[in-house]
Design a protein around this ligand. Sequence first.
Ligand code: DP6
Length: 324
Amino acid sequence: MTAVTARAHTNIALVKYWGKADPNLMLPQTSSLSLTLDQFYTDTTVEFDPRLTHDMVRINAQLLAAPASQKVVDFLNIVREQSGQSAFAHVTSVNHVPTAAGLASSASAFAAMAGAASRAAGLELTPRALSRLARRGSGSATRSIYGGFVEWQAGSDDHTSLAIPLQETVDWPIAVVALVLDPHHKRISSRQGMQSSVTTSPYYPAWKTVVAQDLATIKPAILHQDFSTMGEVLESNAMRMHALTLSAQPPYSYFNGDTLRAMDTVRVLRQAGQECYYTLDAGPNLKVFCQTPDLPTITQKFAEQFGAEHVIVAHPGPGLRFLS
Ligand code: DP6
């Protein structure tokens, strides 16, 4: 059997995916939109081997035992079903994330896995089909098949829920400054968190309206390189997503004290004429969008506040590719 290696980059959502309509098929409640990033990626090698008696999953050189490997095994079962391949597999996955940054993401992991596993099983999938397959591993992975700005169209079934590239090559001098404020694992996974928001937050219906409006505003802003409109939308969208955690029952929050301090710094920078906007996912680490001429001032400010080793600069990154 042949071993196939694929590389996929992680992405940061500007309009968030926060809630499933169908947890089995991983259909989302709403569409979402992201930017793929160059700095954080996963290389995954898959080889099906008839001699194996179970799947062997290694992540960052560590062999995973059940139940930690269950998500990967479930995903391989979908690939086996689609391909007719019946053997178990060796899976070796390495996350390239600056030292203990806590930014490792299921997006790059399952996008790389979709590429490597499907090809190793003998399937030749189109990017659209790869995007649908990646979705079954993790929702945000749907978007990491493509580079640049990507929209995941919610669709209504397995066939129609997939990502489409909005702008694969980004010819716009923008950057994302990732602030590593807490490298530890999140206490409440995005999977649990979004489920609790859907079922218990009274604001969930309003969130669906917000997302529709934000997508309608941000897509032309990206195409016209209107940084201010894009920034205002991505920042308010993130805050409204986090309002769903505060309004859930029981309420919870991904923010810590440094998150709030960093948000304040973004506002101070903006008032001083350095245009920048923040977003954050299911954890305390802020990602700050800015234009590259402002990078030196902005990174210096955050380095003074949190230490240079906690400030990582990323740019728009590429889509899935095969390394062997
Ligand atoms: C806040 O894709 O990690 O990053 O589909 O359950 O695997 P699962 O969740 P995941 O959730 C991502 C949530 C988010 C927003 C986003 O990336 O759109």
